[in-house]
Design a protein around this ligand. Structure first.
Ligand SMILES: Cc1cc2nc3c(=O)[nH]c(=O)nc-3n(C[C@H](O)[C@H](O)[C@H](O)COP(=O)(O)OP(=O)(O)OC[C@H]3O[C@@H](n4cnc5c(N)ncnc54)[C@H](O)[C@@H]3O)c2cc1C
Length: 410
């Protein structure tokens, strides 16, 4: 089991690492531990999931995938990667409504931080969760579903409420998409571009006012973008979001039709998307604030550009999940892949957060952010309810970490 996260910027401080082979073993481990956290595939960039106690991976539990065609749902083991679930579903004629930019992340870990893809009609990945099973602090196995009052608080649980063993996800009939990459978008056209297809990502590097690439993942029924679509030009060869990186790692482009799980992520399951020499941050702001957010960031573009690999702009539909950054807010997600140099990045991050403050930005829980806890709490309508839930489910603070204590003081 790795002792560091994927990016290598967090070395887990756990005194012991565990890989139970059964749910009963896991329950005994949780009941007997004084301090414990679950780890997924380690794709988070901060210490949210770190502990000085026991760190437990569920990768040794049976990799179950149970499809219920009648209900239109699939129940999966939490440690499975989205890419593996997706492949299986596709062979059975089913699909998920959306996926994140890479298929390598675990389902339980992604849902715990409200990981998202893009598409203004689609919620983040946690919104597909219809039920879940969680081992709580005393080792009990709790089943919750959409009929339970606290369900909307438990789903995006930050790993702070227990260890999620299985999740039931909504599925839809499988579908195909085509991916087109368009170049050189004017900022004034961003709003329209983001709403133009099933899932749209816009990449830029803040070195010029124009936005470098639009990745349009569209239904096969939708006609291809016209030659002069929104003043852009068509990319004539496959692209990687980061200039100079090999496009062979990326999902197929140039309008070739293919299944949803090979078009929605930017990266292929069989490849590592990059070396991990990066840090990431992301902020969700109201969808309607696109123009204001671009203008605010343009003022600090000269600070951002030198420490940036790429910036990605996406959309996420509103939901009711208490700690979802999209809670009751259609969102624009502003993502930064930084260079791997925290000393250089953190001061810029503080500037970015200050510029975005008028838009009440909600940071991605699994990425790097420096937001003041009071400010963050004020940006979530159900923050106080989550704090109560934390105390109810984990009265002795077994799943607490330094980062959690900072943002949710007991
Ligand atoms: C290259 C790259 C691309 C990314 N792309 C996207 C993207 O497109 N969209 C996006 O929103 N995010 C993206 N992320 C961020 C990533 O999706 C989140 O950080 C996600 O939480 C990582 O999942 P994980 O399985 O690696 O979890 P980990 O990083 O291992 O853990 C994350 C949190 O989940 C908890 N957790 C893990 N497993 C369990 C469990 N079984 N029960 C309870 N809690 C658990 C942990 O305790 C921790 O708090 C990306 C990250 C990388 C490195």
């Amino acid at each position: 089991m790795p002792r560091r996260n994927w990016a290598g910027n967090v070395r887990y401080a756990a005194r012991e690492f565990h890989r139970p082979a059964s749910i009963d073993d896991l329950r005994r481990l949780v009941a007997g531990s004084t301090r414990l956290r679950a780890v997924g595939t380690g794709h988070s960039f901060n210490r949210l999931g770190d502990t000085d106690g026991d760190l437990v991976s569920l990768a040794g539990l049976p990799p179950t995938i149970d499809l219920d065609r009648e209900r239109g749902q699939v129940t999966v083991a939490g440690a499975l990667r989205y890419g593996d679930v997706a492949r299986h579903l596709h062979t059975q004629g089913y699909a998920l409504a959306n996926l994140a930019s890479l298929p390598h992340i675990s389902v339980a870990g992604a849902v715990a931080t409200a990981t998202h893809g893009s598409g203004q009609a689609h919620g983040n990945l946690a919104t597909s969760v219809a039920a879940l099973e969680i081992v709580t602090a005393d080792g009990d196995l709790l089943h919750v579903d959409r009929d339970d009052d606290t369900f909307a608080g438990i789903v995006v649980g930050l790993g702070a409420l227990g260890v999620v063993t299985r999740l039931t996800l909504d599925v839809v009939p499988t579908y195909d998409l085509r991916q087109y990459v368009r170049l050189d978008l004017a900022p004034e056209a961003l709003d329209e571009a983001l709403g133009s297809a099933y899932s749209v990502s816009v990449f830029t590097d803040w070195r010029t006012p124009r936005l470098r690439e639009v990745w349009r993942k569209q239904s096969t029924d939708q006609p291809p973008p016209e030659a002069d679509w929104l003043g852009t030009t068509a990319a004539d060869e496959p692209r990687h979001p980061v200039l100079g990186m090999p496009a062979e790692n990326c999902s197929p482009q140039l309008g070739v039709a293919g299944p949803w799980h090979e078009r929605l992520p930017h990266f292929k399951l069989g490849f590592t998307p990059s070396s991990g020499d990066e840090l990431q941050s992301e902020y969700h702001v109201p969808r309607a604030s696109v123009a204001g957010v671009l203008a605010a960031l343009a003022e600090v573009a000269h600070l951002i550009a030198p420490v940036l690999q790429v910036c990605e702009l996406r959309t996420v539909a509103a939901d009711e999940l208490w700690l979802s950054p999209n809670c009751r807010r259609d969102s624009l997600a502003v993502h930064f892949t930084w260079v791997d140099d925290a000393d250089a990045v953190l001061p810029v991050l503080a500037e970015v957060e200050e510029r975005l403050a008028p838009f009440a930005p909600r940071p991605h829980w699994g990425k790097v952010f420096v937001t003041d806890p009071g400010a963050l709490a004020a940006r979530y309508p159900r923050y106080a309810d989550f704090t109560v839930l934390l105390t109810d489910l984990d009265p002795k603070g077994k799943f607490r970490t330094n980062l959690l204590n900072h943002y949710f003081p007991a």
